[in-house]
Design a binder for this molecule. Structure first.
Ligand code: ZN
Ligand code: MN
Ligand code: MN
Length: 287
């Protein structure tokens, strides 16, 4: 793939239903988008209707949107030591995978989870066991479970590449698991993608620890918080501590042209801010 053909877009509102995201994303010129498939602050939602799903799949196929990913509910914690929350989380993520499968969405992004004081080794095992239950309940599904790397706030796991590696190494179906790099998250976690030399080391480390072939999406966010702060605050592209330099490093790395890049930067209802952020990104592409 050529540098100019990289898929770019943003998280897109489903106000009015999942199908409402398609014309909005098209109007904004996205070639990639992320959606929630339901209200992300709720545990459950009415099931998707088959007509709605068919219309979504046909709408995407007929659009210029070449990649769609979903982000799961913020309530889900696959690492929870509390059995009730753990079971609710497993049920909710199973439902989200089913929604994605119906919609033809190939990647369901999720935050690995928080151990809430039980320790990282416990958390990793707990998350892997949750994924095993979820994957056993959804045999043959095409949609992947995509681990989002995190800033490491509180007891959240996923702020080290090794956490993703260990979850993938523990699950029974590693072929169902992919990884998403959120630039703001990994920067806050201490991975310097701004400095061009250190950037090369970070990508080499990812390749060595996880393997670049697992990397199937980027969340492109600048960070309001400095390197290693472990605090997750998204900023507009170029306005934060990563700066344009960091995004230039990624956008001109031919190994990563194939990986879709999705904004999760602050925006209003019309998402016009996304246009400005995307224009800034396109200017950084050199070749
Ligand atoms: Zn996220
Ligand atoms: Mn993200
Ligand atoms: Mn975040």
């Amino acid at each position: 793939m050529r540098a100019k053909d990289q898929l770019l877009g943003a998280h897109t509102s489903i106000q009015g239903g999942v199908n409402a995201a398609i014309p909005l994303a098209q109007k904004l010129g996205f070639t990639a988008m992320q959606i929630f498939t339901k209200n992300n602050n709720r545990w459950s939602a009415p099931p998707l209707k088959e007509e709605e799903a068919t219309s979504f799949r046909e709408g995407i196929a007929a659009s210029g949107i070449k990649f769609v990913m979903a982000h799961d509910s913020y309530l889900i914690n696959l690492g929870s030591p509390d059995d009730e929350i753990f079971n609710k989380s497993v049920n909710a993520m199973t439902d989200e995978l089913e929604r994605c499968e119906m919609l033809g969405i190939p990647q369901l992004n999720f935050h690995p989870g928080a151990h809430l004081g039980e320790g990282e080794a416990f958390g990793i095992k707990r998350i892997a066991s949750a994924l095993d239950i979820i994957h056993e309940r959804t045999p043959g599904f095409k949609v992947k479970s995509m681990i989002e790397l995190t800033a490491g706030q509180g007891s959240a796991l996923g702020y080290r590449f090794e956490h993703a590696r260990d979850i993938i190494a523990t699950v029974k179906h590693p072929e169902r698991v992919t990884v998403c790099i959120d630039t703001a998250h990994i920067f806050a976690a201490g991975y310097d993608i701004k400095d061009p030399v250190k950037y090369q080391e970070v990508i080499a480390e990812f390749d060595c620890v996880i393997g670049l072939e697992r990397l199937q999406a980027f969340h492109f966010n600048d960070s309001k918080k400095p390197l290693g702060s472990r605090v997750d605050r998204h900023d507009h592209i170029g306005a934060g501590f990563i700066g344009l330099e960091g995004f230039r490093n990624i956008l001109n790395d031919s190994r990563l042209f194939r990986v879709p890049k999705i904004l999760e930067t602050p925006k209003g209802k019309e998402q016009l801010e996304d246009l400005e952020n995307l224009a800034r990104l396109r200017e950084l592409i050199e070749v």
